[in-house]
Ligand binder design. Structure first.
Ligand code: PHE
Length: 306
């Protein structure tokens, strides 16, 4: 049996990564993992073995099964990417004067960020889908996944970019910019996160009017929202801060172990923190602008001030 398992281990890996389209990949999934698949059949045969043998083979078989599952998932992501690239290059006569949109794949945006199919957070951010699984990203956090898939720790990145959400009021526009920060290393703690953000705010605004509010993001645990004292009323409460005295500038937290799992990092060894901030929101505070929408209205009197 062990020889058979080892052969499957080698074959499955090379076949999965040679699959050229989603249908071929699905046939492989059925071949290995289906109800009558080779791995499933072997698992059934375990009961014919002696208890010790069963334990030993069971462990090996489960390991192979986990690897096959992981390979299938990874190849699926790669193939989606191929389809997307093809779509992009086949629209060869692109009108470059049109505004560019940042298309992202659902995988990086949701699955890999621990936001499972049935997760309430999928409703939390109203996402614009272009053509599933292609969407307009609603935050820059998928950059975390792209970075960690590519590199080994230690990691320190700052990644600015366009994001899209279905929002429109004094402090929200449907397109805005975020800046994502990610640090992964051994022995990082919440204190390091707070230290970095305090340093940032101190350098931007000269003061330390920062507070952490416990919050929730699927990809961090614990999570917090970062607030700055309202620039307009200095904390007394006004229309801009909706009478709270505080303005939210971003979210942050310690990287969730499931996120590390999705990029094959050892969460026993490494820890990390991440934050995401609205760039216009920071500019608004810095320059005392009371309506975020004015950044995008292209009123020359507004723009000339900078
Ligand atoms: N991506 C989150 C948002 O846009 C912010 C965030 C980034 C939270 C990194 C935690 C860690 O709302």
């Amino acid at each position: 049996m062990i020889e058979q398992i080892n052969q499957i281990r080698v074959e499955a890996h090379s076949q999965i990564f040679s699959a050229l389209d989603p249908d071929a990949l699905d046939r492989l999934r059925v071949h290995y993992m289906g109800k009558k698949g080779v791995l499933t059949t072997l698992l059934h045969q375990l009961k014919e073995l002696t208890p010790e043998k069963r334990k030993e083979m069971g462990a090996v078989l489960n390991e192979v099964k986990t690897n096959v599952e992981r390979d299938l998932k990874q190849r699926q992501t790669e193939l989606k990417r191929v389809v997307l690239d093809k779509e992009i290059s086949s629209s060869g006569s692109a009108d470059v004067s049109l505004p560019g949109h940042f298309a992202e794949l659902e995988f990086y945006h949701l699955e890999a960020l621990n936001t499972t199919e049935d997760h309430p957070a999928r409703d939390m951010q109203d996402t614009f889908y272009i053509n599933p699984p292609v969407l307009l990203r609603s935050h820059t956090s998928p950059v975390q996944i792209r970075t960690m898939k590519d590199k080994k720790p230690p990691i320190q990145i700052i990644a600015p970019g366009k994001v899209y959400r279905s929002d429109y009021d004094l402090t929200h526009t449907p397109m805005f910019h975020q800046i994502e920060g990610l640090m992964v290393d051994e022995n990082l703690s919440l204190a390091d996160l707070k230290g970095v953000l305090n340093y940032l705010i101190k350098n931007l605004f000269g003061t330390k009017t920062l507070r952490f509010r416990p919050s929730f993001f699927p990809f961090t645990e614990p999570s917090a929202e970062v607030d700055m004292q309202c620039i307009q009323c200095k904390g007394k409460g006004c229309r801009l801060c909706k009478s709270t005295g505080w303005l939210e500038i971003g979210g942050c937290g310690m990287v969730h172990p499931n996120v590390f799992k999705s990029v094959n990092y050892d969460s026993e060894k490494y820890s990390g923190f991440a934050f995401g901030m609205g760039i216009e929101r920071i500019a608004m505070l810095k320059y005392g602008i009371d309506d975020l929408r004015s950044f995008f209205e292209n009123d020359i009197r507004m723009l000339e001030q900078f």
